[in-house]
Design a protein around this ligand. Structure first.
Ligand SMILES: C[S@@+](CC[C@H](N)C(=O)[O-])C[C@H]1O[C@@H](n2cnc3c(N)ncnc32)[C@H](O)[C@@H]1O
Length: 223
């Protein structure tokens, strides 16, 4: 999603402070002997213990809002690295009075610094930026770098669900998951013409479906 300028970003971000998980990389203590000191206290953040779900690259939050309404018994962290986009997602959550979503304004690369291992049950990668140029491969959210991060975060029996409109990126992801210790299931080459039930349509998905494009989907679990 292309970053764009929006009016009153600072004020709008401040108005959503209660929804954003506070952290700064500057305050991260790389010298501590106890790495746990830097980890988020997820129970305290949500005020309850519940299965934890994450969307990485949540955009303007259409998916997480609907997911949260359908799953009030789960805690959801929506990760997004572009502040102007994230603030719109926060405002949507406020408008809809949803209380089981918190936002992390962060590049997913940094998640292992702040998240305990084996704490996330489901990870959603919805229409992640495909980065088609090979020199940008490491930015793809299904490159080895990220799969190693998800392996740390996922609890036993946890899964990753990926959707994309990009055939090339999907083929790349199939190979990357397979080569990096995941087993694949529920592979669909045209989700909207399949018998899959309960799909939550994201902002990007809506655009692609309106253009008549097929949507690719897979589920990956650690071997
Ligand atoms: C194409 S948009 C899709 C938004 C939404 N998931 C949807 O399906 O409508 C991809 C989003 O992923 C975010 N993103 C890309 N790389 C990221 C990273 N390393 N960490 C966090 N967010 C990232 C981008 O800023 C962008 O908002």
């Amino acid at each position: 999603m292309r970053p764009r300028k929006i009016r009153n970003l600072t004020t709008r971000r401040e108005n959503c402070t209660d929804l954003r998980i506070p952290y700064t990389l500057e305050s991260f203590d790389f010298r501590t002997n106890d790495e746990h000191e830097n980890f988020f206290d997820i129970e305290e953040i949500f005020g309850r213990k519940a299965p934890l779900v994450m969307e990485i690259g949540c955009g303007k939050g259409q998916f997480v809002c609907e997911y949260a309404k359908r799953n009030p018994d789960k805690n959801i962290i929506a990760v997004e690295c572009v502040p102007t986009v994230l603030v719109e997602a926060c405002e949507k959550v406020k408008e809809e009075n949803i209380d089981n979503i918190r936002f992390l304004e962060m590049k997913a690369e940094y998640l292992p610094l702040f998240m305990r291992e084996k704490t996330v049950c489901e990870i959603y990668l919805n229409f992640s930026t495909p980065y088609p140029k090979s020199r940008h491969e490491s930015h793809r959210l299904t490159s080895k770098l990220f799969l190693d991060i998800y392996k740390k975060l996922l609890c036993d029996d946890g899964f990753i669900a990926q959707k994309t409109d990009s055939q090339c990126f999907f083929e790349y992801s199939l190979e990357s998951f397979s080569q990096n210790g995941f087993v694949l299931s529920e592979i669909s080459l045209d989700l909207h013409k399949s018998d899959f039930e309960g799909n939550i349509v994201t902002e990007y998905e809506q655009k692609f479906v309106n253009q008549g494009l097929p949507i690719y989907r897979l589920v990956a679990k650690i071997k």
